[in-house]
Write a protein that binds this ligand. Sequence first.
Ligand SMILES: [Zn+2]
Length: 252
Amino acid sequence: MSPPPVPAPFDPGNLVSTFEQHAGQHGFRIEHFGEVPGYPLIALTKRTPGPRPRIYLSAGIHGDEPAPPLALLQLLERSFFDQRAVWFLCPLLNPTGFLRGTRENTDGLDLNRDYRRPQSAEISAHLRWLATQPTFDLGLCLHEDWEATGTYLYELNPQQRPSLAEPIIAAIAKNHRIDPATVIDDRPAQGGIIRPNVDPAARELWPEAIYLSAHHTALNYTIETPSGHPLAERIAAQCLAVETAISRLMTS
Ligand SMILES: [Zn+2]
């Protein structure tokens, strides 16, 4: 069953402009790594000098999930992306999806299944851009789930690095509901944490997180907030997830 379209609470073109404006004010470099009809695909990077963790964040790959890009914008406005790290942000990967309020892009493609043999202009361009970037110490892919009853996350941690999953969930649980389901998307879940057994080679369609884990990122979290909850709460939960993951990474 697929969800009904959800009108985005923003115009995707305006949101791209707002990101660019704030990114410039906060010392980010703005790259147009591709284009789909009417919209640039943007990456915002900030290369703080010195040894720093490299942190990648993406949002807006599904056009019916508005809280993630709005959370990144809020963090950018709050000067969260400071000198602690080297930052790589792809804040709106599917602008035409937001125009229509659909998970898929305007051609009906689920961009988050397109990372192995890309068919879409968006992910072809994103993969070309990623190939020119260094590896990341942490990747955060921000999503929403219309079937969820609370926030949950996926962890991909093949090198068994110190897990950030429990701290992220604990921080969110103080103010928000965590999805109590023991099976989410056909995978066992416990306390809002899913640790899938992933063999990328065995999967036909790759989400972004699988691609990142296979080629780019030692530690990756996919954060999922429940689409049925009020938007402001979902944005707050997304911000908490990002803030907690990064502060824990710095001390682990
Ligand atoms: Zn999603």
